[in-house]
Every structure is written in structure tokens, then in C-alpha cells.
Write a protein that binds this ligand. Structure first.
Ligand code: MG
Length: 385
């Protein structure tokens, strides 16, 4: 069973860990795509010999081509190249680990081509969840969650009947600012937010973890992946990130999935499902932890989470609007243009001020996304915060 794997976002945190899994099992890489890290993409191409690669940033294309002239690899670029790889039926599974809304079109392209997806791009489901899940069902395409929480829920559901699921318990680490007040959060800087206690991740998701928007995105992601009502999702802050999430059935039995906080476990499960082969990580020692703690999330201090929950209740394009606003706000925070709490304010204002409509097409999603981004850019430019 030689699975051919294509990876979008191969030089990012999830992509490089996926390649650790690929390396440890001698799997085949069919195609790789990266945003702009040509040094690492070149190195990966020389090690894994993909048939096709793509560099999203078209400005890097000539240099990449020059460097790899000696290899028989087809080199593509831009969104067109990304979708070309996403929809290439030579792959048995596509790992989509690009960051942000940019992952939506490749996801839809893979679904239309009938390729199963290991999905690490949560913005895809947040912005276009109804579209993605409906199309995947029509095409008989399987979507395997890569996010540790959703992988945990998926694992807990194995061997049980989905119809007997009562609710899920989505765990949250609480991020680096857990327990802080809004007054304290007002002055935090990007460097403070980029220090996450448990997980080693890219910049965007690390900021999302600090604002708890990441948990909000995951709340919406869980709704779509497991066809849940918002009332069936309970968020519990669990600082140690040992219990990756849990499922409660109708008989009130609760099944949880545990492990060290290492993304290689959920990545490998998604890529090799239903196999459980040795994973290149550490074993869990519960006695090393001694104590596991559980608390309610603070929705007033971390308003992003509250906004996300209300956006999915509004439905239609509301989560897409929130996501687009958040992406622009996070980028502005990383550049020092706005404060930490402004991220939540901008996401909330975007959801309040931009009218949500029902999603009928990809264009509906893109229009809502553009509107949200423009709204946030203009609000920041006016200094209206
Ligand atoms: Mg997660």
C-alpha cells in the first residue's frame, strides 16, 4: 500500500512535521507546495523527489527553477499551480496545511477531483464549511482532520455510532495569556504572544491561540466536520494539552484521546488512517504531569472566542466575515500597527456591521471575505479603534 501524498504548505510547521512522518515510514511524496521558502522547498525536493512542486509567491519562481534545473521535477507557481497540485489525481491523499483563506480554492479543487484530504487548513471550514462539506459528501471525498482536537474527536468516534453522540468536549490550552485581565492584555506585544507554552506552531496560529480565536475557529471547524449544533460543543481550558478532546455519548460515557502535545500523532493518523503505526514522538507519561486541570474559558477577556461562537450561530457568511477580519487584524498586530485587544474588537465589529448572507457559491464566500478585509483595513487606517 504505497500511498502517494501531496502536501500544500510543506515548509510550514505542519508540512515539515508531516515530512518527518513520511520519512519515518518511507512514504511517497507526489507533490509539494510552499508559500515562499525556496531554500527549504529546494531541500525537500532533493530529499523526497516529488514529481511536481509549486511556489505560491510567483516572484520566487525564476530562482527556484534556476536552482532545480538538474532535477526532473515540474515547477509551478501561484494559485493556479496550487490548484493544479490540489486537483492532481495521482495523489491518494492531499495534506492541505496552508494558512488562511487561501486554502479554500485548493480544498474545493481536490474535492472536485475526488481526492481525499487531510485537512489542517481550518480557515477553509470556517469560511466555507457548508460548501466544503456538501461538496465532499456529493463526491464521496473523505476529510480527515489534522487539528489535534478534531483528530481526537475523530479517534474517539471510531467504533461508535455517530448517531449516539451527545456532545463533544473541545479542550483549549488557554494560550500564553491565560488568567490575564484586559488591562494587562492591552500592552502585550507580538513577541509575548508568539511564546506558546505547549505547541510549536506558525505565527498566525500562535497569535490565534493567544487571543483564543484559534479555539473559536476550531469550534466552527468541529461544527462542520462532525455535523454538530453549537450547543453540542463545550470548550474546556486544559492547560497541559494532554487530553486533546473528548466525546460524550448518549449513555453519558465520555471517551477522550490523550497523548503528548506533538502534532505528528494527529498528522500521521490522518495520513495513514486507519493504521496505527509507530510515530516519531515521545510516549505519554501521566505521572510526569501528576495533575491535569480543567476550567471554563473566559469569554469576556478573550472576546474572539465569544465572537466566533456568535458568528456560527448567525450562520451564512458570518464566520467567513469574522475569519477575514481576523486574518487582517492578526497581520496588522504582527506588524505593530494595532494592539492585542484590537484584534478581538475588529473581528467583533466586522461581524456586527457586515450583513451575513446565505452561502450558495464560492463567490459568495470570497465576496464576504473581501468585504471583511476592506472593513478592517479601513477601520485601522481611520484609527477608529
Ligand atoms: Mg488545535
Amino acid at each position: 500500500m504505497e500511498k502517494q501524498i501531496s502536501i500544500l504548505g510543506s515548509t510550514g510547521s505542519i508540512g515539515t512535521q508531516a515530512l518527518d512522518v513520511v520519512r519515518s515510514h518511507g512514504l511517497s511524496v507526489y507533490a509539494l507546495a510552499a508559500n515562499h521558502h525556496i531554500d527549504l522547498l529546494e531541500k525537500q525536493t532533493r530529499e523526497f523527489h516529488p514529481k511536481r512542486i509549486c511556489i505560491f509567491d510567483t516572484a520566487c519562481y525564476p530562482e527556484l527553477k534556476r536552482r532545480l534545473f538538474d532535477l526532473p521535477v515540474e515547477i509551478l507557481c501561484g494559485m493556479e499551480g496550487l490548484c493544479e497540485i490540489a486537483g492532481d489525481p495521482h495523489a491518494d491523499i492531499l495534506l492541505n496545511s496552508v494558512v488562511g483563506m487561501v486554502g479554500l480554492l485548493p480544498t474545493l479543487t481536490a474535492i472536485d477531483a475526488g481526492i481525499d484530504i487531510a485537512l489542517a487548513n481550518k480557515e477553509t471550514l470556517v469560511a466555507g464549511g457548508s460548501l466544503v462539506m456538501k461538496r465532499a459528501a456529493q463526491q464521496g471525498v473523505k476529510i480527515y482532520p489534522v487539528d489535534s482536537e478534531h483528530s481526537a474527536i475523530f479517534q474517539c468516534l471510531q467504533g461508535n455510532q455517530r448517531s449516539q453522540l451527545h456532545k463533544i468536549i473541545l479542550t483549549a490550552s488557554g494560550g500564553p495569556f491565560f488568567g490575564m485581565t484586559r488591562a494587562q492584555l492591552r500592552t502585550v506585544k507580538a513577541a509575548d504572544a508568539l511564546r506558546h507554552p505547549n505547541w510549536d506552531m506558525g505565527n498566525k496560529i500562535t497569535i490565534d491561540s493567544a487571543t483564543l480565536m484559534n479555539k473559536g475557529l476550531e469550534f466552527i471547524e468541529a461544527k462542520w466536520l462532525f455535523d454538530l449544533e453549537p450547543e453540542q460543543i463545550e470548550i474546556v481550558v486544559h492547560r497541559q494539552s494532554v487530553i486533546h478532546s473528548a466525546v460524550e455519548f448518549q449513555d453519558l460515557a465520555v471517551i477522550a484521546q490523550l497523548g503528548v502535545p506533538d502534532m505528528k500523532i494527529p498528522i500521521q493518523y490522518a495520513l495513514l488512517y486507519p493504521e496505527r503505526l509507530p510515530c516519531p514522538t515521545k510516549p505519554l507519561s501521566l505521572t510526569d504531569y501528576r495533575t491535569l486541570t480543567f476550567e471554563k474559558p473566559d469569554l469576556e477577556t478573550f472576546s474572539c472566542l465569544k465572537t466566533a461562537i456568535s458568528a456560527i450561530r448567525i450562520g451564512g457568511t458570518a464566520p467567513c466575515i469574522m475569519n477575514g477580519a481576523n486574518e487582517v487584524a492578526v497581520a496588522a498586530f504582527l506588524e505593530g500597527q494595532i494592539g492585542f485587544l484590537d484584534i478581538g474588537t475588529l473581528a467583533e465589529q466586522a461581524v456586527e456591521k457586515i450583513e451575513a448572507i446565505e452561502i450558495r457559491s464560492y463567490e459568495d464566500v470570497m465576496r464576504a471575505d473581501t468585504e471583511a478585509r476592506t472593513f478592517v483595513r479601513e477601520t485601522i487606517a481611520r484609527g477608529d479603534l
